[in-house]
Structures are given as C-alpha cells and as structure tokens.
Write a new protein. Sequence first.
Length: 300
Amino acid sequence: MTISAVETILLAGKPVAAEIKSGLSRSIAALKSGGITPGLAAVLVGEDPASQIYVRNKAKAFVKAGCFSETFRMAGDVPQAKLLQLIEDLNRDVRFHGILVQLPLPDHIETKKVIYRIAPEKDVDGFHPVNLGRLLEGVPNFIPCTPHGILKILEHYRIPVKGRQAVILGRSNIVGKPLFALLSQKSKYGNATVTLCHTATPDLAYFTRQADLLIAASGVPGLVTGSMVKQGVDIIDVGINRIADSSPKGYHITGDVDFESVQGIANSITPVPGGVGPMTITMLLYNTVKAAQNLFESQN
Ligand code: NAD
C-alpha cells in the first residue's frame, strides 16, 4: 500500500489581515465620530534600509485605514538624551495614542532605556515591562504585534493549539518569549505544552520533531528542513531573511524554514513573504485603535 503525502495548506496572512482591518474600520469610524482619530508616532533613528521600509509601510497602512501617523526621523548619531526627550514629548502629545520606536537602534543607544521611557498606555508595540508583565500575568493590554498576529492566523485557519506540543525557535522579547507566554496560558488560543529553543539548545531536531505546532523565529534562513519535522505539523515561519541575489532589487526574502522540503510533510505552513509579515502591521493598527479606545473610555 502506498501512502500519499498530504497537501500542505498555505496559511496566507493577507485574508486574516483584511478581516481584522474590516473590523477595525468600524471601531475607527466610531472613534472619529466621537472626535478621536487614532494616531501613531513612529520614531526612526538612522538610515537602516529595512527599518525605513518598515516605517514607511506602517505609516501608509495607518493613513489607508483612516488613522493619523507621523514619522519622527533622527540622525544615526543622535545623542540618547535627545531621543529620550522626543519620547517624553510624544508621551504628552495628545495627537498620538501610540508610539513606535523602530528597532534596531544604533549601538550607542540603550534600547531598554528608550522602551522604558514610552508611557505604557502608548506602548502599542507591547515591549514595555508593564505590558510584558501584564501579558505574563494573563491580563494583557497590548500584546506584541507579531505574536498577536500569529495567534490570529492560528484562530482564522482553526489550527488547534490546546493540548498540543508547541515548539518555538527563538527567545527574543518581541517574538519568542511573548509567544511562549501566550501559547502556554490557559486561554482560548493557549493551553499548549510549550518548548522554547534557542542558540544553546543542543540537537535542535530532537525538539522540532516533537512539535505538533512549530514556530520558527530564529532569523536563520532555512534552519528547519523536512527531515526535522514530523508528519502533520503546523508551521508558522516568522523569519524574514534578506538573501543577496542578482535580481534588480539585489535580494530576496526567505523564511527560517526550508519551504520546499516540508511540502507534503507539514499539514500547513505560513509562506514567506505573505504569511506573518502582513499581520504585524495590522496588529500595530489594532493596538493603536485599542489605545485610542482606552483613552476614550477613560474620558467618558
Ligand atoms: P532575534 O535575533 O532577536 O532572536 C533570534 C532568536 O533565535 C534568539 O533568541 C536566538 O537564541 C534564536 N536562534 C538563533 N539561531 C538559532 C539556532 N540555530 N537554533 C535555535 N535558536 C536560534 O530575532 P527576532 O527579532 O526574534 O526575529 C526572528 C526572525 O523573525 C528574524 O528573521 C526577523 O526578521 C523575523 N521577524 C519577523 C517579523 C514579521 O513581521 N514577520 C517580526 C519580527 C521578527
């Protein structure tokens, strides 16, 4: 008897993002009729090309959704004190419900100090310790955008989480650690048994082979191959890796998973690009609308 391979389902981010944006447009209209236009202040330090693209795309998405967005650009050698002063000013500026500082920051700037300076009620990236602490406690206010977007993809495509063995590759504060908290929590899109792997994990494949749900957020292109996963695994590929090539753009984007080699083994996988990527900006919009709603509710 021959066993035919399953067809791996593609978990595209765009339809999920569109559904969320359509719900948000009603909330935005309601806020506007109450005199509030959700506003985002984006802070961009230096000339990093990827950061410039990210900030431009975020600003575009906000304007398209009928929200307000302004980008504050600072030179790569800006003194830290000047950046901290800008954050203080934005904390007080009533036009902005959310503040986003595009990472990474130049080496002479202490990233933690900058993040800690953002008022928690405007921390729409969800990186401030108050917001991360609330997340860990199970009472989140702002969930970091990429992990939140991943939950929305799982929910949209009805990928089961409860009772499954989830394995996360990467322990960053912006992806791996918040996801660990979310997936292990006793909640609708939690209740998984979660393993968090990182650079000091010996024999990565030992862990990835146990995964029913595998989330790759290592920033290592093609780290996960077909021989490292079990039949029927659901894979979320968070990686966005720029690979230099001879195309007019000079590069292409790949994920952390060797997409071709998991075909027919994985039950499903998010494509790169077009999977988690479109969700991150959408969840930033979601958090900024939430910040504006929080303010509206506190005033009424
Ligand atoms: P990071 O560099 O801060 O963290 C990477 C993590 O991966 C580290 O914790 C490290 O321990 C772990 N790691 C590295 N090599 C490993 C290996 N060989 N085995 C096991 N673990 C390993 O990165 P990050 O900011 O968390 O981002 C991770 C990836 O996700 C990057 O490619 C990034 O571009 C991408 N990303 C995408 C989105 C999106 O919107 N799709 C958002 C954020 C990050």
